[in-house]
Write a new protein. Sequence first.
Length: 187
Amino acid sequence: MKKLSYFITGTLVGAVVMTAGSAFASEIKQLVGAKVGSVWELHVNGEVVGDVPIISGSSYAPVRQIAEIAGMDVDFTQGKVFLETKEDGIEMGEPTRVDVVESRLRYLDAIITGEKNAIFGYETLIKQESSPKNEVVAIYREKIAVIEARIATLESEIADLEAELAEIETNPLYTQSGTSGNNPLHE
């Protein structure tokens, strides 16, 4: 009798799990081709890092951008998204200037990715509008111009940081570990 109750319980639990998964999948499939209702700015620690489309009252943030800002590794394989906390390279102690610059470069790259996604979103909204000369389209084009200017500023900062990084790495006083007590490049 116990085996039968385990079997029935297992079957019911399996049915619930299978139904929930397929219900979620059908909900996701309904988003394909759905109209973006609005686009909101995404703020992380008080800094605008991109825009988030709002579809049917729900916000959809770019997984890669959010995960990279959170310091996670992201992998897209066979229709699945994998997020892993980074454990490699974690050192106790103060970061070197190289660590700081490389971290800022990764952060800026994630922001630019988000900004490019926002431009794509606005371009999609423009295509959905019935008249290319209406006020909404003009607003979207203005937002695209603002985002493109932000991207140009970020790319300029990236160029400056890459030049600084190259200078640091060619400096004979620099040590990879940054533990030298008289290393002027250590922060």
